[in-house]
Design a protein around this ligand. Structure first.
Ligand SMILES: Cc1cc2nc3c(=O)[nH]c(=O)nc-3n(C[C@H](O)[C@H](O)[C@H](O)COP(=O)(O)OP(=O)(O)OC[C@H]3O[C@@H](n4cnc5c(N)ncnc54)[C@H](O)[C@@H]3O)c2cc1C
Length: 369
């Protein structure tokens, strides 16, 4: 039996390792178009790689389909432990290598690829996957019995042309694609707020009704807002694949932990507000007729999400109705798909790499029955 795995990201690497671990006599070849595997892991979490969460919860994802995939979180961590990886969880349950370097995760993955004897071929761009009688042909050159496709989405540096070529080769239905976990562009604010940060409670409003609420740090960018809490908010919008953002606003409560009475007394002592906020924000708030109300509810109209290049994850992908529970395609059960390529995306906090690793684990468990 020969299995070809396409895409050297967390899903492809983990599925190759798990197939070999479960079936040592199977030949597994991992193909990666770039010169190195795991390029997105390298840059993830600002180079620290938040590779999993302590609790991969279904509510953080776009679909409940994820529940039978993320249940393998414990097994994923056990497999990492076979490599001697040292990791920890921070106060917000985010899992990181104790080295604080994504290179340690890549080292652990390479250790497991070597241990289980996966053949890795880099600089190998796959352009076609075709079933020919009882074999699947990769690029008309490489025959195999089963294929795992995990080429990721089109965020950051992945090209749409490459993505479309693989999708049309698989001949599967996809849902619309939108950039997710990205800054949002909003109505204007003073230029001198650019690059300033504020800790606040953030609400996403649809026609005035709150549909998302989270606390965190917001960064003012040239024409928009950024930060983890804004990235999570963007994922709610991304999953709607919107053309018209006019019903949506973002509201910032700039002092969520100060009650009304205290806030009123602070304003009374110093109406200039520059003993409460940084000067740029204080003078902006003073342009409003009712600063007290504005501090609780600083509103911006949402104009859109930044583009794919500026996003961490692609929302949308191979439609879940095309996929069996074992992640094989309904139209060809010898082809498996996983990771960001399929229509599942998660919020920040290790939910994306964590899910991709679990989907690789599931494929490794199910591919040979
Ligand atoms: C800046 C940034 C920071 C991030 N930080 C985090 C984080 O801290 N925590 C987290 O959980 N998630 C994070 N993510 C998201 C996470 O990296 C992705 O969700 C995850 O890597 C997707 O894994 P995957 O295996 O599905 O695909 P990918 O990691 O995208 O891997 C797919 C691989 O397939 C290869 N490939 C594509 N087409 C072909 C082809 N035709 N032939 C051969 N090879 C091909 C690609 O070169 C790539 O190496 C971050 C993303 C970015 C961009």
């Amino acid at each position: 039996m020969k299995v070809v795995v396409i895409g050297g990201g967390p899903c492809g690497i983990f599925s190759s390792i798990c197939i070999k671990k479960n079936h040592p006599d199977t030949q597994v070849v991992l193909l990666e178009k770039d010169h190195q595997i795991a390029s997105r892991i390298k840059i993830s979490g600002n180079g620290r790689c938040n590779f999993i969460s302590k609790n991969l919860e279904e509510s953080k994802y776009s679909s409940s389909f994820v529940s039978h995939i993320i249940k393998y979180q414990k097994e994923v961590l056990e497999l990492f432990e076979e490599s001697g990886l040292s990791y920890y969880f921070d106060d917000e349950n985010r899992g990181y290598p104790t080295s604080e370097s994504s290179l340690t995760i890549i080292q652990a993955l390479n250790f497991l690829l070597n241990k289980y004897k996966v053949e890795v071929k880099t600089d190998y761009l796959v352009t076609s996957i075709v079933q020919k009688e009882d074999k699947i042909m990769i690029n008309d050159l490489l025959p195999c019995d089963k294929v795992v496709v995990c080429i990721g989405g089109i965020s950051y540096l992945n090209e749409r042309l490459n993505y479309n070529r693989i999708i049309s080769s698989l001949d599967v239905k996809t849902t619309p694609l939108s950039p997710s976990l990205a800054p949002i562009s909003v109505s204007s604010f003073p230029k001198d707020l650019e690059n300033k940060k504020v800790k606040c409670k953030v609400k996403l409003l649809e026609k005035g009704k709150t549909i998302f609420l989270e606390e965190g740090e917001v960064l003012f960018k040239k024409d928009g807002l950024s930060g983890i809490v804004i990235f999570n908010l963007s994922s709610i919008l991304a999953r709607r694949h919107l053309k018209d953002y006019s019903p949506f606003e973002v509201s910032l409560d700039l002092l969520p932990h100060v009650d009304e009475k205290k806030l009123a007394s602070l304003i009374k002592i110093n109406p200039k507000l520059d003993t409460i906020f940084i000067p740029q924000l204080a003078s902006y708030l003073n342009t409003f007729t009712n600063p007290l109300k504005t501090i609780r509810d600083l509103r911006f109209k949402i104009r859109g999400i930044y583009d794919f290049k500026n996003s961490q994850v692609t929302s949308g992908g191979i439609s879940l109705d095309q996929i069996n529970l074992d992640l094989s395609l309904k139209k060809n059960p010898n082809i498996f798909v996983g990771g960001e390529l399929i229509d599942i995306d998660g919020q920040c906090g290790g939910y994306n790499i964590g899910y991709c690793l679990c989907s690789g684990y599931l494929i490794g468990k199910e591919i040979i029955k």
